[in-house]
Design a protein around this ligand. Sequence first.
Ligand SMILES: Nc1nc2c(ncn2[C@@H]2O[C@H](COP(=O)(O)OP(=O)(O)O)[C@@H](O)[C@H]2O)c(=O)[nH]1
Ligand SMILES: [Mg+2]
Length: 235
Amino acid sequence: MPTPKSNRAPVGSLQCENTTLNLLKANDFVAKAIRQRLPDMLVLNICSSPGSGKTTLMQETGRLLKGKLNMAVLVGDPETERDAIRMKEAGINALQIVTGGMCHIEAQMILQALDHIDLEGVDILFIENVGNLVCPAAFDLGEDYRVTLISCTEGDDKPKKYPRMFLTSELMLVSKSDLLPYLPFSVDAVTQDARDINPDLEVITISSLKGEGLELWGDWLMKKVKEKKRNLIMS
Ligand SMILES: Nc1nc2c(ncn2[C@@H]2O[C@H](COP(=O)(O)OP(=O)(O)O)[C@@H](O)[C@H]2O)c(=O)[nH]1
Ligand SMILES: [Mg+2]
């Protein structure tokens, strides 16, 4: 079974006198349907600010996994199909979800997109979320794990400013490590801040451009795919 999201604090809640209305119940219901529909596939929700390197990482992951695992990507952006085009040019099975200005993907969009992408033989379905560290944290997309990139160009103070994203993630990728020599960014400080929020958070430092950490990322993916398939057999 996927890791329970027990560390996810309730989101989308509205306090009214003595009642709490869960505004995201409908989304969670659809997320559950997605999990039931994809029992044999690892589903990852990739989040970050705009420009942290999600699409570039998907392109490099395609190269990394070639001949080992089959991947597909659903990619969300408020406008344009540019990211899906970039991935298709890299030989990746990708489908763009244009959210029409919305700052996050909702589970219903994923459920609908599943009818328009060929998932035959796919081991990992990546969802590249809309670039935003706030809203996507509130929407369960039926993923097994949430992976958040924080690039060293963003500054190492972000986890405590956007805590829910780091609280609800299982892995933090510190990206663009090739730029570390030029920036006042501490991997130790960002890791400490993020783990103050979520002590279980795994951390890998990567550079999609220079290749640092990509082997570790590949190993993490392999391990999670194996775990998911093993749990399916045992269930
Ligand atoms: N220096 C450096 N630049 C990167 C790296 N990964 C991505 N970029 C650049 O960062 C910019 C945004 O990358 P992109 O993948 O589109 O980010 P996204 O908006 O999160 O999907 C592009 O100009 C990339 O070439 C990296 O590892 N190192
Ligand atoms: Mg992108």
